[in-house]
Design a protein around this ligand. Structure first.
Ligand code: HEC
Length: 179
């Protein structure tokens, strides 16, 4: 019986990995800063590339993205601008952009699915402080995730989580938790 159970679990994980590669199953989850920045760079926004030389806070980035010459800022909604500003604050002075670091969404997909389904996380609307408290609970303290990653994850979730259940694919709704 034991063996069958493990076979089932590994099949389940193979399925999750395959879905992540295609990124279809999770496409309902709003893009993180890395993806937004990749899109902006592909669109060739000169005001953005010029700004990379200096490190800025999230508030400063948000102001930069809200200026009329910001093609990227104009293409995004409030949530997108905030998500990108938060991400850029972590990446600091980027200079030449080659390998972009993970964003809060990447961290969530990598670290928040092994004990319960992603739905448990993305349907909760919480403040940044409340997310940090969630991550500090006994159930979560053992998760291998650095202080900076926690902070990035909390930023991303505070802006982007709280998704309504009807945008969650049916296969991610039932049997939500295995804990
Ligand atoms: C090591 C296993 C484990 C991992 C990995 C894990 N969780 Fe949990 N999570 C739990 C357990 C156990 C519970 C139920 C007990 C509780 O509520 O603390 C839970 C419950 C939750 C809840 C619902 C309870 C609440 O706080 O309202 C949320 C939201 C949550 N987790 C978010 C996350 C996020 C975000 C991550 C990724 C950083 C994550 N979890 C990764 C074990 C885990």
């Amino acid at each position: 019986m034991m063996k069958l159970r493990y076979l089932f679990i590994s099949l389940l994980f193979a399925g999750v990995a395959a879905a992540q590669q295609a990124d279809d199953l999770f496409s309902f989850i709003p893009p993180g800063g890395r993806t937004l920045l990749e899109q902006a760079l592909a669109d060739g926004d000169p005001s953005l590339s010029e700004s990379f030389a200096s490190a800025r806070t999230s508030t400063e980035w948000l102001e930069r993205l809200s200026l009329p010459d910001s093609k990227t800022g104009a293409a995004l909604d409030d949530w997108g601008r905030q998500t990108l500003a938060d991400y850029l604050a972590y990446t600091g002075a980027i200079g030449a952009v080659t390998d972009l670091p993970s964003d809060g969404r990447d961290i969530m997909l990598a670290r928040c699915q092994s004990c319960h389904i992603i739905t448990v996380t993305v349907t909760q609307a919480r403040s940044r402080e409340a997310w940090l408290a969630t991550l500090g609970r006994t159930s979560h303290v053992e998760i291998p995730i650095s202080e900076v990653e926690r902070s990035q994850l909390a930023d991303y979730l505070a802006v982007n989580a709280g998704l309504p259940i009807d945008v969650i694919p049916p296969e991610l709704r039932a049997g939500g938790a295995s804990y």
